[in-house]
Write a protein that binds this ligand. Structure first.
Ligand code: SAH
Length: 355
């Protein structure tokens, strides 16, 4: 079966032409799919015979809402979706002044093994398809009934470990006949796969690249992020510098503050020295506690921030959203079907039904 929502409008046009149909049918179908059509029978401007043929050749992915949690504090919504093969993933919708932002997953699970992150606990199960990434934006928008203007690839998974899919997703979501979300409204977060950062730079996309740094020295970074062992902090910063030179886009560095691990004055100074000469932005994240991990949030966030600022670094401290529903950074995790049921709270609406 053809996964039709993973195809570009041009590919659809070519497919239709091969079948003896006019090429513009491709654009019509693309438009329907990216408005959330879940059946060819809805596509009333297509001839009936074509609809029936497509129905027998193609699958239109659409995830089922297994659980929907709404934060009583700030309206953040966390979705647990079931994919067609039974795997589950999470998506978070956040309301910011600058627009509604959706935080999407790129893989079922993750194989990067960061010590502080819940998404990696069960390892990686599989990559998502471009359609499954689009669906998270599309069906969040439809279910929540609000327009989405920004996307962050900061949910479950390592986007650059699913490189070709993520590039295709970006092309699809950016398309004028689809969701039409501008690259400048998209952030991609990576644990720092340097060869893939170089590959991404070649595409010169206007998105924001976020690098999850979390420590400025190899000893600490390799301890909490195994991915650093084969790369090292120096190579990572050299790659980031090249990325900036090629794309002209300033990198944002994520830094989750962990008590006694990465919050010393010496580490602030080392971080500032790495950033000398290349424009970058540091985003300090108060660590979210993960039940299975002994790591604790730092009590020195403000001091660390001020020490960086005194050395000319631009720093922000990330605001926590959706903490009452475990929707914050690093707390999304793979849920096998049976594990999907957690103690229900008042703000949990099963099956995504609205009040
Ligand atoms: N794999 C990508 C994207 C997913 S993680 C990456 O590593 O960037 C999204 C962000 O949340 C990353 O910066 C990650 O390091 C951070 N994060 C993970 N667990 C966290 C935790 N317990 N507290 C705070 N931030 C966390």
């Amino acid at each position: 079966m053809i996964d039709i929502k993973s195809m570009t409008s041009e590919e659809l046009g070519a497919l239709l032409k091969e079948q003896g149909e006019p090429r513009f049918r491709g654009k019509q179908i693309f438009t329907w799919l990216h408005r959330g059509a879940i059946s060819f029978h809805e596509m009333t401007n297509l001839p009936k015979a074509l609809r029936e043929r497509l129905d027998s050749q193609c699958v239109i992915t659409h995830p089922e809402v297994v659980r929907k949690q709404i934060s009583a504090q700030d309206g953040t919504i966390k979705y647990l979706w079931r994919l067609l093969d039974g795997n589950c993933i999470e998506t978070v919708l956040m309301r910011y002044h600058h627009g509604n932002t959706v935080c999407i997953s790129s893989q079922v699970g993750c194989r990067m093994g960061c010590a502080f992150c819940a998404s990696t606990l069960g390892g990686k199960v599989r990559d998502l398809t471009p359609s499954e990434m689009i669906d998270q934006v599309l069906f969040t928008q439809i279910d929540a009934g609000v327009p989405i203007s920004n996307i962050v690839l900061m949910g479950i998974g390592e986007p650059l470990d699913n490189f070709d899919t993520v590039l295709r997703f970006l092309e699809l979501v950016n398309h004028q006949d689809g969701l039409n979300i501008g690259m400048r409204h998209i952030s991609l977060s990576t644990c720092g796969l340097t060869d893939k950062i170089d590959k991404l730079a070649e595409h010169r996309l206007q998105l924001t690249l976020s690098v999850s740094l979390h420590a400025p020295d190899d000893e600490t970074r390799s301890k909490i992020m195994p991915v650093n062992r084969g790369i090292g902090v120096k190579k990572l910063f050299d790659t980031c510098r090249r990325y900036f030179e090629t794309t002209g886009r300033r990198i944002s560095y994520e830094y989750a503050m962990i008590d006694g691990v990465n919050d010393s004055d010496a580490q602030a100074d080392l971080l500032a020295s790495h950033l000398k000469g290349t424009p970058g932005h540091v985003n300090l994240i108060p660590l979210n506690e993960v039940r299975e991990s002994p790591l604790k949030p730092s009590r020195r966030v403000l001091e660390f921030q001020q020490r960086l600022e005194r050395q000319g670094v631009t720093v922000t401290v990330r605001r926590k959203l959706g903490s009452d529903i475990d929707a914050s950074c690093g707390q999304l995790r793979r849920k096998a079907m049976g594990m999907a049921s957690e103690p229900s709270a008042d703000n949990v609406r099963p099956n995504g039904r609205k009040d």
